[in-house]
Design a protein around this ligand. Structure first.
Ligand SMILES: C[S@@+](CC[C@H](N)C(=O)[O-])C[C@H]1O[C@@H](n2cnc3c(N)ncnc32)[C@H](O)[C@@H]1O
Length: 432
Protein backbone atom coordinates (compact mmCIF):
# COMPACT_ATOMS: atom_id res chain seq x y z
CA UNK A 1 0.00 0.00 0.00
CA UNK A 2 1.11 3.54 -0.63
CA UNK A 3 0.91 6.25 1.99
CA UNK A 4 -2.56 7.36 0.78
CA UNK A 5 -4.08 3.94 1.39
CA UNK A 6 -2.42 3.69 4.77
CA UNK A 7 -3.74 7.12 5.75
CA UNK A 8 -7.26 6.11 4.64
CA UNK A 9 -6.96 2.96 6.72
CA UNK A 10 -5.90 4.96 9.79
CA UNK A 11 -8.83 7.34 9.32
CA UNK A 12 -11.25 4.37 9.20
CA UNK A 13 -9.78 2.95 12.40
CA UNK A 14 -9.90 6.32 14.20
CA UNK A 15 -13.54 6.71 13.14
CA UNK A 16 -14.35 3.22 14.43
CA UNK A 17 -12.70 4.01 17.79
CA UNK A 18 -14.65 7.24 18.09
CA UNK A 19 -18.05 6.05 16.86
CA UNK A 20 -18.11 2.76 18.72
CA UNK A 21 -15.86 3.72 21.67
CA UNK A 22 -13.66 0.71 21.00
CA UNK A 23 -10.21 -0.07 22.39
CA UNK A 24 -7.50 0.74 19.80
CA UNK A 25 -6.10 -2.78 19.65
CA UNK A 26 -9.55 -4.25 18.83
CA UNK A 27 -10.26 -1.66 16.13
CA UNK A 28 -6.84 -2.26 14.51
CA UNK A 29 -7.27 -6.01 14.63
CA UNK A 30 -10.68 -5.84 12.97
CA UNK A 31 -9.34 -3.54 10.26
CA UNK A 32 -6.58 -6.07 9.55
CA UNK A 33 -9.09 -8.94 9.32
CA UNK A 34 -11.30 -6.98 6.92
CA UNK A 35 -8.29 -5.98 4.74
CA UNK A 36 -6.30 -9.17 4.45
CA UNK A 37 -4.35 -7.87 1.45
CA UNK A 38 -2.59 -5.37 3.73
CA UNK A 39 0.92 -6.51 4.67
CA UNK A 40 2.49 -6.32 8.11
CA UNK A 41 4.30 -3.09 7.16
CA UNK A 42 0.97 -1.51 6.18
CA UNK A 43 -0.68 -2.59 9.41
CA UNK A 44 2.25 -1.25 11.45
CA UNK A 45 2.13 2.10 9.63
CA UNK A 46 -1.62 2.40 10.17
CA UNK A 47 -1.17 1.50 13.84
CA UNK A 48 1.51 4.16 14.19
CA UNK A 49 -0.70 6.87 12.68
CA UNK A 50 -3.61 5.88 14.94
CA UNK A 51 -1.54 5.77 18.14
CA UNK A 52 0.33 8.99 17.27
CA UNK A 53 -3.00 10.73 16.58
CA UNK A 54 -4.47 9.65 19.92
CA UNK A 55 -1.36 10.67 21.88
CA UNK A 56 -1.62 14.27 20.64
CA UNK A 57 -5.33 14.43 19.97
CA UNK A 58 -6.05 17.81 21.58
CA UNK A 59 -3.13 19.75 20.14
CA UNK A 60 -3.71 18.26 16.66
CA UNK A 61 -7.39 19.23 16.82
CA UNK A 62 -6.52 22.75 17.98
CA UNK A 63 -4.04 23.37 15.19
CA UNK A 64 -6.40 21.94 12.54
CA UNK A 65 -9.47 23.58 14.12
CA UNK A 66 -11.06 20.17 13.61
CA UNK A 67 -11.19 17.07 15.79
CA UNK A 68 -12.44 14.69 13.11
CA UNK A 69 -10.48 11.52 12.29
CA UNK A 70 -9.17 12.81 8.95
CA UNK A 71 -7.82 16.03 10.47
CA UNK A 72 -6.13 14.10 13.28
CA UNK A 73 -4.54 11.59 10.91
CA UNK A 74 -3.28 14.31 8.57
CA UNK A 75 -1.89 16.21 11.58
CA UNK A 76 0.21 13.18 12.48
CA UNK A 77 1.87 13.14 9.07
CA UNK A 78 2.49 16.88 9.14
CA UNK A 79 3.35 17.56 12.79
CA UNK A 80 4.89 14.25 13.85
CA UNK A 81 6.20 12.64 10.68
CA UNK A 82 7.60 15.85 9.13
CA UNK A 83 5.67 15.85 5.81
CA UNK A 84 4.29 19.07 4.33
CA UNK A 85 0.71 19.60 3.08
CA UNK A 86 2.17 20.30 -0.38
CA UNK A 87 4.17 17.06 -0.42
CA UNK A 88 1.05 15.13 0.66
CA UNK A 89 -1.09 16.72 -2.08
CA UNK A 90 1.52 15.78 -4.69
CA UNK A 91 1.84 12.24 -3.31
CA UNK A 92 -1.94 11.67 -3.23
CA UNK A 93 -2.70 13.20 -6.66
CA UNK A 94 -2.46 9.86 -8.49
CA UNK A 95 -3.33 7.58 -5.56
CA UNK A 96 -6.95 6.47 -5.86
CA UNK A 97 -6.87 4.98 -2.35
CA UNK A 98 -5.82 8.25 -0.72
CA UNK A 99 -8.38 10.15 1.40
CA UNK A 100 -9.79 13.52 0.28
CA UNK A 101 -7.18 16.27 0.57
CA UNK A 102 -7.17 18.58 3.59
CA UNK A 103 -9.93 21.20 3.46
CA UNK A 104 -9.21 24.88 2.89
CA UNK A 105 -10.37 25.50 6.47
CA UNK A 106 -7.89 22.94 7.84
CA UNK A 107 -5.03 24.43 5.80
CA UNK A 108 -5.92 27.97 6.88
CA UNK A 109 -6.02 26.93 10.56
CA UNK A 110 -2.74 25.07 10.26
CA UNK A 111 -0.93 28.06 8.78
CA UNK A 112 -2.40 30.67 11.15
CA UNK A 113 -2.74 28.94 14.53
CA UNK A 114 -0.02 28.82 17.16
CA UNK A 115 -0.07 26.18 19.89
CA UNK A 116 1.14 28.76 22.44
CA UNK A 117 -2.33 30.34 22.15
CA UNK A 118 -4.08 27.10 23.13
CA UNK A 119 -5.26 26.38 26.70
CA UNK A 120 -2.45 24.74 28.67
CA UNK A 121 -4.09 21.30 28.90
CA UNK A 122 -4.34 21.35 25.10
CA UNK A 123 -0.64 22.18 24.84
CA UNK A 124 0.07 19.24 27.14
CA UNK A 125 -2.45 16.88 25.48
CA UNK A 126 -4.12 15.88 28.74
CA UNK A 127 -7.81 15.92 29.77
CA UNK A 128 -8.65 19.36 31.20
CA UNK A 129 -9.84 18.00 34.55
CA UNK A 130 -6.45 16.34 35.21
CA UNK A 131 -4.47 19.59 34.88
CA UNK A 132 -4.71 20.50 38.62
CA UNK A 133 -3.36 17.05 39.51
CA UNK A 134 -0.44 17.47 37.10
CA UNK A 135 0.27 20.89 38.60
CA UNK A 136 0.19 19.45 42.11
CA UNK A 137 2.48 16.59 41.10
CA UNK A 138 5.06 18.45 39.04
CA UNK A 139 4.79 22.18 39.87
CA UNK A 140 6.30 24.34 37.13
CA UNK A 141 7.43 21.26 35.17
CA UNK A 142 3.95 19.88 34.67
CA UNK A 143 3.60 20.85 31.03
CA UNK A 144 6.90 19.22 30.06
CA UNK A 145 5.87 16.10 31.99
CA UNK A 146 2.47 15.99 30.25
CA UNK A 147 4.08 16.42 26.83
CA UNK A 148 6.55 13.62 27.47
CA UNK A 149 3.57 11.34 28.18
CA UNK A 150 2.41 12.05 24.61
CA UNK A 151 5.62 10.73 22.99
CA UNK A 152 6.15 7.29 21.48
CA UNK A 153 7.40 4.75 24.01
CA UNK A 154 10.42 2.49 23.64
CA UNK A 155 10.06 -1.29 23.78
CA UNK A 156 11.78 -2.49 26.95
CA UNK A 157 12.78 -6.02 27.91
CA UNK A 158 14.22 -7.55 31.07
CA UNK A 159 16.91 -10.21 30.79
CA UNK A 160 15.85 -13.15 32.95
CA UNK A 161 19.06 -13.70 34.92
CA UNK A 162 17.87 -17.19 35.91
CA UNK A 163 18.55 -18.17 32.30
CA UNK A 164 20.57 -15.53 30.46
CA UNK A 165 22.68 -12.42 31.01
CA UNK A 166 21.78 -9.06 29.52
CA UNK A 167 24.72 -9.44 27.12
CA UNK A 168 23.48 -12.81 25.90
CA UNK A 169 19.98 -11.48 25.27
CA UNK A 170 21.42 -8.38 23.60
CA UNK A 171 23.40 -10.61 21.18
CA UNK A 172 20.36 -12.75 20.43
CA UNK A 173 18.38 -9.60 19.55
CA UNK A 174 21.11 -7.54 17.90
CA UNK A 175 19.29 -7.35 14.56
CA UNK A 176 16.36 -5.68 16.37
CA UNK A 177 18.51 -2.69 17.36
CA UNK A 178 18.51 -3.74 21.04
CA UNK A 179 20.75 -1.73 23.39
CA UNK A 180 21.24 -1.85 27.18
CA UNK A 181 18.50 0.14 28.94
CA UNK A 182 19.94 3.24 30.62
CA UNK A 183 18.93 2.53 34.25
CA UNK A 184 17.59 -0.96 35.04
CA UNK A 185 20.47 -3.36 35.52
CA UNK A 186 19.00 -6.15 33.42
CA UNK A 187 17.08 -3.90 31.05
CA UNK A 188 17.32 -3.97 27.26
CA UNK A 189 15.81 -1.27 25.12
CA UNK A 190 14.60 -1.17 21.53
CA UNK A 191 14.24 2.49 20.54
CA UNK A 192 10.81 3.77 19.53
CA UNK A 193 11.53 4.42 15.86
CA UNK A 194 9.97 7.14 13.74
CA UNK A 195 7.26 7.49 11.11
CA UNK A 196 6.06 4.17 9.73
CA UNK A 197 8.89 2.09 11.25
CA UNK A 198 7.67 -0.88 13.18
CA UNK A 199 8.91 -2.48 16.38
CA UNK A 200 10.03 -6.11 16.10
CA UNK A 201 7.77 -8.86 17.41
CA UNK A 202 10.22 -10.04 20.05
CA UNK A 203 7.88 -12.63 21.49
CA UNK A 204 8.26 -14.64 18.26
CA UNK A 205 12.02 -14.99 18.96
CA UNK A 206 13.38 -18.36 20.03
CA UNK A 207 15.24 -16.62 22.87
CA UNK A 208 11.86 -15.44 24.24
CA UNK A 209 10.37 -18.94 23.98
CA UNK A 210 13.40 -20.20 25.90
CA UNK A 211 12.65 -17.76 28.71
CA UNK A 212 15.73 -15.58 28.33
CA UNK A 213 13.77 -12.35 28.64
CA UNK A 214 10.43 -10.78 29.51
CA UNK A 215 8.75 -7.75 27.94
CA UNK A 216 8.63 -5.22 30.79
CA UNK A 217 8.83 -1.44 30.77
CA UNK A 218 12.04 -0.15 32.33
CA UNK A 219 10.02 1.74 34.97
CA UNK A 220 8.38 -1.50 36.07
CA UNK A 221 11.82 -3.15 36.24
CA UNK A 222 13.19 -0.27 38.31
CA UNK A 223 10.39 -0.37 40.89
CA UNK A 224 10.79 -4.16 41.13
CA UNK A 225 14.52 -3.66 41.79
CA UNK A 226 13.82 -0.96 44.38
CA UNK A 227 11.82 -3.49 46.42
CA UNK A 228 15.20 -5.16 47.05
CA UNK A 229 13.93 -8.32 48.71
CA UNK A 230 16.81 -10.15 50.42
CA UNK A 231 17.53 -13.54 48.78
CA UNK A 232 15.94 -15.62 51.53
CA UNK A 233 13.00 -13.30 52.23
CA UNK A 234 9.33 -14.27 52.44
CA UNK A 235 7.62 -11.88 50.04
CA UNK A 236 3.96 -11.35 49.12
CA UNK A 237 3.05 -9.79 45.77
CA UNK A 238 -0.51 -8.91 46.82
CA UNK A 239 -1.69 -7.53 43.46
CA UNK A 240 0.33 -9.88 41.27
CA UNK A 241 -1.85 -9.69 38.14
CA UNK A 242 -0.04 -11.42 35.26
CA UNK A 243 3.11 -11.54 37.37
CA UNK A 244 5.42 -8.94 35.79
CA UNK A 245 6.87 -7.88 39.13
CA UNK A 246 6.62 -11.33 40.71
CA UNK A 247 8.91 -12.67 37.98
CA UNK A 248 11.38 -9.80 38.36
CA UNK A 249 11.59 -10.16 42.15
CA UNK A 250 11.85 -13.96 41.98
CA UNK A 251 14.80 -13.68 39.58
CA UNK A 252 16.44 -10.97 41.75
CA UNK A 253 16.18 -13.41 44.67
CA UNK A 254 18.02 -16.00 42.59
CA UNK A 255 15.30 -18.62 42.93
CA UNK A 256 15.73 -18.56 46.72
CA UNK A 257 13.37 -17.51 49.52
CA UNK A 258 9.70 -17.43 48.56
CA UNK A 259 7.46 -15.09 46.62
CA UNK A 260 3.75 -15.59 47.21
CA UNK A 261 1.77 -14.27 44.26
CA UNK A 262 -1.86 -13.38 44.93
CA UNK A 263 -4.50 -11.41 43.06
CA UNK A 264 -8.15 -10.87 43.90
CA UNK A 265 -8.97 -11.53 40.24
CA UNK A 266 -8.25 -15.14 39.22
CA UNK A 267 -8.50 -14.39 35.52
CA UNK A 268 -5.73 -11.81 35.75
CA UNK A 269 -3.54 -14.20 37.67
CA UNK A 270 -3.97 -17.11 35.24
CA UNK A 271 -1.17 -16.29 32.75
CA UNK A 272 1.39 -16.32 35.57
CA UNK A 273 1.63 -20.14 35.57
CA UNK A 274 2.95 -20.36 32.00
CA UNK A 275 5.22 -17.35 32.50
CA UNK A 276 6.77 -18.88 35.63
CA UNK A 277 7.40 -22.13 33.76
CA UNK A 278 9.03 -20.42 30.81
CA UNK A 279 11.22 -18.32 33.09
CA UNK A 280 12.45 -21.35 35.07
CA UNK A 281 11.21 -19.80 38.34
CA UNK A 282 11.09 -22.16 41.32
CA UNK A 283 10.58 -19.83 44.30
CA UNK A 284 7.02 -18.64 43.59
CA UNK A 285 3.78 -19.98 45.08
CA UNK A 286 0.61 -18.80 43.40
CA UNK A 287 -2.52 -18.24 45.55
CA UNK A 288 -5.91 -17.62 43.99
CA UNK A 289 -7.94 -17.69 47.20
CA UNK A 290 -7.54 -15.08 49.95
CA UNK A 291 -8.01 -17.76 52.61
CA UNK A 292 -4.69 -19.31 51.57
CA UNK A 293 -3.01 -16.15 52.84
CA UNK A 294 -4.39 -16.38 56.41
CA UNK A 295 -1.31 -18.34 57.56
CA UNK A 296 0.92 -15.35 56.67
CA UNK A 297 -0.68 -12.71 58.92
CA UNK A 298 2.05 -10.53 60.48
CA UNK A 299 4.68 -13.01 59.17
CA UNK A 300 6.09 -11.67 55.92
CA UNK A 301 9.30 -9.70 55.38
CA UNK A 302 8.07 -7.71 52.38
CA UNK A 303 4.57 -7.11 51.00
CA UNK A 304 4.24 -5.40 47.63
CA UNK A 305 1.01 -3.65 46.68
CA UNK A 306 1.20 -2.92 42.95
CA UNK A 307 -2.16 -1.26 43.21
CA UNK A 308 -4.94 -0.99 40.61
CA UNK A 309 -4.70 2.55 39.25
CA UNK A 310 -5.76 4.88 36.46
CA UNK A 311 -2.62 4.01 34.48
CA UNK A 312 -1.84 7.65 33.67
CA UNK A 313 1.85 6.68 33.67
CA UNK A 314 1.22 4.40 30.68
CA UNK A 315 -0.53 6.95 28.49
CA UNK A 316 2.30 6.70 25.92
CA UNK A 317 1.38 3.04 25.35
CA UNK A 318 -2.39 3.27 25.77
CA UNK A 319 -3.34 6.77 24.63
CA UNK A 320 -7.01 5.86 24.17
CA UNK A 321 -7.30 5.37 27.94
CA UNK A 322 -6.19 9.00 28.39
CA UNK A 323 -9.40 10.24 26.80
CA UNK A 324 -11.68 7.67 28.42
CA UNK A 325 -10.56 8.39 31.99
CA UNK A 326 -13.17 10.16 34.13
CA UNK A 327 -13.11 11.71 37.62
CA UNK A 328 -15.37 8.84 38.65
CA UNK A 329 -12.79 6.26 37.49
CA UNK A 330 -10.16 8.05 39.55
CA UNK A 331 -12.41 7.99 42.63
CA UNK A 332 -13.04 4.27 42.16
CA UNK A 333 -9.33 3.51 41.84
CA UNK A 334 -8.52 5.57 44.93
CA UNK A 335 -11.04 3.54 46.93
CA UNK A 336 -9.63 0.23 45.60
CA UNK A 337 -6.11 1.34 46.48
CA UNK A 338 -7.11 2.13 50.05
CA UNK A 339 -8.77 -1.24 50.34
CA UNK A 340 -5.80 -3.16 48.90
CA UNK A 341 -3.28 -1.31 51.10
CA UNK A 342 -5.35 -1.91 54.22
CA UNK A 343 -5.73 -5.62 53.46
CA UNK A 344 -2.09 -6.14 52.50
CA UNK A 345 -0.72 -4.36 55.59
CA UNK A 346 -2.01 -7.19 57.78
CA UNK A 347 0.61 -9.59 56.35
CA UNK A 348 3.68 -7.47 57.16
CA UNK A 349 5.66 -8.71 60.15
CA UNK A 350 6.86 -6.18 62.76
CA UNK A 351 10.03 -4.63 61.29
CA UNK A 352 8.99 -5.73 57.76
CA UNK A 353 8.21 -3.54 54.76
CA UNK A 354 5.08 -2.61 52.88
CA UNK A 355 5.85 -1.35 49.38
CA UNK A 356 3.28 0.68 47.46
CA UNK A 357 3.54 1.06 43.69
CA UNK A 358 1.26 2.51 41.02
CA UNK A 359 1.71 3.19 37.32
CA UNK A 360 0.02 6.56 37.76
CA UNK A 361 1.49 10.04 38.21
CA UNK A 362 -1.57 11.59 39.90
CA UNK A 363 -0.95 12.60 43.53
CA UNK A 364 -4.43 11.43 44.57
CA UNK A 365 -3.27 7.86 43.89
CA UNK A 366 0.26 8.32 45.21
CA UNK A 367 1.55 10.72 47.89
CA UNK A 368 -1.95 11.43 49.15
CA UNK A 369 -2.65 7.72 49.58
CA UNK A 370 0.58 7.19 51.51
CA UNK A 371 -0.12 10.12 53.81
CA UNK A 372 -3.65 8.92 54.49
CA UNK A 373 -2.51 5.34 55.06
CA UNK A 374 0.24 6.35 57.50
CA UNK A 375 -2.21 8.51 59.44
CA UNK A 376 -4.60 5.61 59.91
CA UNK A 377 -1.77 3.06 60.38
CA UNK A 378 0.79 4.90 62.53
CA UNK A 379 2.86 1.73 62.91
CA UNK A 380 4.01 2.28 59.30
CA UNK A 381 6.31 5.07 58.11
CA UNK A 382 7.92 5.81 54.72
CA UNK A 383 11.62 5.08 54.40
CA UNK A 384 14.31 6.91 52.42
CA UNK A 385 14.91 5.21 49.05
CA UNK A 386 16.49 7.79 46.79
CA UNK A 387 19.73 7.54 48.75
CA UNK A 388 20.08 3.95 47.45
CA UNK A 389 19.57 5.01 43.84
CA UNK A 390 23.23 5.55 42.95
CA UNK A 391 24.27 2.35 44.69
CA UNK A 392 21.69 0.36 42.77
CA UNK A 393 21.76 1.97 39.35
CA UNK A 394 24.99 4.01 39.23
CA UNK A 395 25.68 7.67 39.88
CA UNK A 396 25.37 8.95 36.32
CA UNK A 397 21.84 7.68 35.61
CA UNK A 398 18.78 9.91 35.33
CA UNK A 399 16.90 10.18 38.60
CA UNK A 400 13.19 10.10 39.41
CA UNK A 401 11.29 13.02 40.84
CA UNK A 402 11.03 13.17 44.63
CA UNK A 403 10.36 15.87 47.20
CA UNK A 404 11.54 13.96 50.24
CA UNK A 405 13.71 11.09 48.96
CA UNK A 406 11.04 8.67 50.21
CA UNK A 407 8.27 8.86 47.64
CA UNK A 408 9.60 8.53 44.08
CA UNK A 409 7.85 9.25 40.81
CA UNK A 410 9.39 7.93 37.60
CA UNK A 411 8.22 9.60 34.41
CA UNK A 412 9.04 9.69 30.70
CA UNK A 413 10.52 13.20 31.21
CA UNK A 414 12.64 12.35 34.26
CA UNK A 415 13.74 8.72 33.85
CA UNK A 416 12.72 8.00 30.24
CA UNK A 417 10.33 5.28 31.45
CA UNK A 418 6.60 4.89 31.92
CA UNK A 419 5.24 6.80 34.90
CA UNK A 420 5.51 4.87 38.19
CA UNK A 421 5.19 5.76 41.86
CA UNK A 422 7.20 3.94 44.54
CA UNK A 423 7.19 4.17 48.33
CA UNK A 424 8.50 1.69 50.92
CA UNK A 425 6.99 1.86 54.41
CA UNK A 426 8.59 0.13 57.37
CA UNK A 427 6.41 -1.40 60.06
CA UNK A 428 7.68 -0.63 63.56
CA UNK A 429 9.58 -3.55 65.07
CA UNK A 430 7.80 -5.27 67.94
CA UNK A 431 8.69 -3.77 71.30
CA UNK A 432 8.02 -6.95 73.34
C1 LIG B 1 -1.51 -2.90 38.39
S1 LIG B 1 -2.29 -4.43 38.33
C2 LIG B 1 -0.99 -5.55 38.76
C3 LIG B 1 0.10 -5.72 37.72
C4 LIG B 1 1.14 -6.76 38.07
N1 LIG B 1 1.65 -6.61 39.42
C5 LIG B 1 2.30 -6.77 37.11
O1 LIG B 1 3.40 -6.31 37.44
O2 LIG B 1 2.12 -7.30 35.99
C6 LIG B 1 -3.29 -4.40 39.79
C7 LIG B 1 -3.93 -5.72 40.18
O3 LIG B 1 -4.50 -5.56 41.48
C8 LIG B 1 -5.58 -6.48 41.58
N2 LIG B 1 -6.39 -6.06 42.75
C9 LIG B 1 -7.24 -5.02 42.85
N3 LIG B 1 -7.74 -4.94 44.11
C10 LIG B 1 -7.18 -5.95 44.81
C11 LIG B 1 -7.30 -6.40 46.18
N4 LIG B 1 -8.08 -5.76 47.06
N5 LIG B 1 -6.59 -7.48 46.54
C12 LIG B 1 -5.78 -8.10 45.66
N6 LIG B 1 -5.63 -7.73 44.36
C13 LIG B 1 -6.32 -6.67 43.94
C14 LIG B 1 -6.24 -6.38 40.23
O4 LIG B 1 -6.99 -7.54 39.97
C15 LIG B 1 -5.04 -6.21 39.29
O5 LIG B 1 -4.67 -7.44 38.73
Amino acid sequence: MRLGGRLSGAIDVLRDIEDRRRPVADALKDWGLAHRFAGSGDRAAIGNIVYDALRMRLSHAFLMDDDGPAALAYAVLIRQWGLTPEALSAEFADDRFAPPLLTEANLAALSSRNLDDAPLHVQGDIPDWTQPSFEAAFGGDWLAEARALAERPTLDLRANTLKASREKVGKALDRSGAIPAPIARNGIRIPAGEGASRLPNVTAELSFQKGWFEVQDEGSQIVSELVQPPEHAQVLDFCAGGGGKTLAMAAAMNNKGQVHAYDADRKRLAPIIERLRRAGTRNVQVHDDARQLDQFREKLDVVLVDAPCTGTGTWRRRPDTKWRLTPRNLEERVAQQQEALGEAAAFVKPGGSLVYVTCSVLPEENDVQIERFCETHPEFSPEPVLQNWNGLFGGDTRRPRSRDGKMLTLTPASTGTDGFFFCRMRRQPSTV
